[in-house]
Ligand binder design. Structure first.
Ligand SMILES: *Cc1c(COP(=O)(O)O)cnc(C)c1O
Length: 356
């Protein structure tokens, strides 16, 4: 049976990415070797890295003066690397969920952290607004898409200090005005590639201003100077990321992707709002296009396991909500076909007519 993959991460990738990765595992670029066993210094792999960086820049329209890096360690290592590289005394953070809290914890190792606002009072089901960003902060950190709770900041904020964004789960889902950011980073395993590679877009002129010694591997300047080849990069995930970037380009780029994402999300949110069995968990104006969270309506609470089994029997995978929210979460990343959302919506309608 066809599976409909709603996992939050690692998550669905384009068939194009999977097929080309499988081929390269057998024979990479006509070398007669697997990509798993070839030097990262080979001209074939260097070409992969170069094209990945240049397509990244092209698709996101990244202006001059920024570097694109592919490193290991996951977004979680960036939580520490960012303050290590650019926090002198004080930073500001928006607390919109578990990932933001982890980032805040690491920043506190390096100095004073001003948490300008938090939505923890309502289990992070909205994005705080109307807060003040201190003008003396070295940077302001946001999580644009809160994968666990299904909230998203879909505009590029005007920020009086350098803006840093964790875009792990919404990179390439919408056009971004990169010029408004000092750093954009994320783990690739939500919307780009298999786990193992982390992307970092960094504005070069915010670096090199620290008094402290930064360990070589944790210094962005190392990776900029060596073009992400200071040490062995995660070769296979970088190759797969390149395939996804090519797929994005072949399918009309990010603006076209955003349109599809809006269509998919509208379809599901409309059904959540219409169907009497279900209710959305997030403030409507802050709803994510990537992770759509909903629960059973109070009076139908005992049908939760039933719907989960019903959907599973129809080939849907990964729709269980995160344990801190409960209910359901359908992740609708770029690679998820609209058809999968239609199958979920139909299942919700059928379940309502059976049980409602
Ligand atoms: C998954 C996720 C992370 C953690 O990424 P790792 O690569 O596993 O460290 C951080 N931030 C957000 C928003 C995420 O969705």
């Amino acid at each position: 049976m066809k599976k409909h993959n709603f996992y939050a991460g690692p998550s669905i990738l384009p068939e194009y990415t999977i097929e080309n990765t499988a081929k390269a595992i057998k024979d990479f670029a006509g070398t007669g070797l697997s990509i798993l066993e070839i030097s990262h210094r080979s001209k074939q792999f260097v070409a992969v890295m170069d094209e990945a960086v240049s397509l990244f820049k092209e698709l996101l329209k990244i202006p001059e003066g920024y570097s694109v890096l592919f490193v290991g360690g996951g977004a979680s290592t960036q939580f520490a690397m960012i303050p290590f590289n650019i926090m002198k005394k004080k930073s500001a953070y928006l607390n919109t969920g578990a990932w933001a809290k982890k980032a805040i914890k690491e920043a506190k190792v390096f100095g004073e952290v001003d948490v300008v606002a938090s939505s923890e009072d309502k289990n992070f089901n909205y994005i705080p607004k109307g807060y003040t960003i201190p003008a003396d902060a070295d940077y302001f950190h946001i999580t644009t898409n809160n994968t666990i709770y299904g909230t998203e900041i879909r505009e590029d904020l005007d920020c009086p200090v350098p803006l840093v964004a964790d875009m792990s789960s919404d990179i390439f889902s919408r056009p971004v005005d990169v010029s408004k950011y000092a750093i954009i980073y994320g783990g690739a395993q939500k919307n780009l590639a298999p786990a193992g590679v982390t992307f970092v877009i960094v504005k070069n002129d915010i670096l090199g201003k620290m008094d402290r010694v930064i360990p070589t591997m944790l210094n962005y300047q190392t990776h900029i100077e060596k073009e992400s080849m200071f040490n062995t990069p995660p070769c296979l995930p970088v190759f797969s990321a390149l395939q996804t970037l090519q797929w994005l380009k072949n399918n009309g780029g990010i603006a076209a992707m955003e349109q599809k994402n809006i269509e998919k999300a509208d379809l599901l949110y409309n059904e959540i709002d219409r169907n009497k069995l279900f209710v959305g968990t997030v403030a409507k104006e802050d709803r994510s296009l990537m992770n759509i969270c909903f629960v059973m309506n109070e009076e139908y609470k005992d049908l939760e396991v039933g719907f989960f089994e019903f959907a599973t029997a129809k080939g849907m995978v990964g729709i269980k909500g995160h344990r801190s929210v409960g209910g359901f979460r359908a992740s609708t990343y770029n690679a998820l076909p609209k058809e999968s959302v239609e199958v979920l919506v139909t299942a919700m309608q059928e379940f309502e007519s059976m049980k409602g």
